[in-house]
Design a protein around this ligand. Structure first.
Ligand code: URA
Ligand code: SF4
Length: 213
């Protein structure tokens, strides 16, 4: 059995976004690199004041190598526009850098599967390094996976959504951005929810976060 030790050993000596992205392409810190097409690293300016953190790349992100370019990304773009936030000025990344999926029975379709706690922990050095380089003033966790990676491992949105919080102590170091958790944009795409209400609530949280800048 192979043991995976997490991303720590794959970090480059010099930390900047290009060295990180390049190094992350070769990461074998957990088992997820095997089935996915490629590492999907964060994207955006190194001097962004606002950092958005999702869960993990989806099918389209895995194929294109860019975060939030699929259906959830298109909804996020709309929400950012509605909140008056310029997407190009924001640094966008994920808690986990490889797509985890199951194959649909008999089919080719790849179905998103939530990353395990161990995989989130394994991938966290990349997120910590991105925080170190970008040093954002405000971080938005899109969904509970990001919030558990960044704020507290038992975090729930029902209890703390929209509150202005801090990073987990382990990540804080010399950096203490304000951190807000909201729903994942894909939660506003589900069939059984009131999508308009979910979208509007996402916009409100993004507005509140941008207002902290
Ligand atoms: N969902 C995410 O959490 N991140 C992406 O990059 C795409 C979909
Ligand atoms: Fe490395 Fe993260 Fe990919 Fe696992 S998911 S192999 S820790 S980049």
């Amino acid at each position: 059995m192979v043991t995976y030790r997490g991303a720590q050993n794959y970090l480059p000596d010099t930390l900047d976004l290009l060295s990180l992205e390049t190094a992350a392409r070769g990461c074998r810190g957990c088992d997820l690199f095997k089935a996915a097409e490629q590492t999907v690293f964060g994207a955006g300016p190194a001097d962004a004041g606002l950092m958005l953190v999702g869960e993990q790349p989806g099918n389209e992100e895995d194929l294109e190598g860019e975060p939030f370019v699929g259906p959830a990304g298109r909804l996020l773009d709309k929400a950012l526009a509605a909140a008056g936030v310029e997407r190009d000025a924001v640094y966008v990344t994920n808690a986990v850098k490889h797509f985890r999926f199951d194959r649909a029975a008999g089919g080719k379709r790849r179905i998103h599967k939530k990353p395990s706690g161990g995989q989130v922990t394994a991938c966290r050095p990349w997120l910590a390094a991105e925080l170190d380089v970008v040093r954002p003033d405000v971080v938005v966790c899109l969904g509970v996976t990001a919030a558990r990676a960044l704020i507290e491992k038992n975090f729930t949105l029902t209890a703390h959504r929209g509150e202005v919080l801090h990073l987990d102590e382990e990540l804080r170091g010399t950096l203490d951005p304000r951190v807000v958790a909201t729903i994942h944009p894909s939660a506003a795409l589900r069939a059984h929810v009131d999508r308009t209400a979910a979208f509007e609530s996402l916009v409100r949280d993004l507005q509140r976060a941008a207002g902290l800048l």
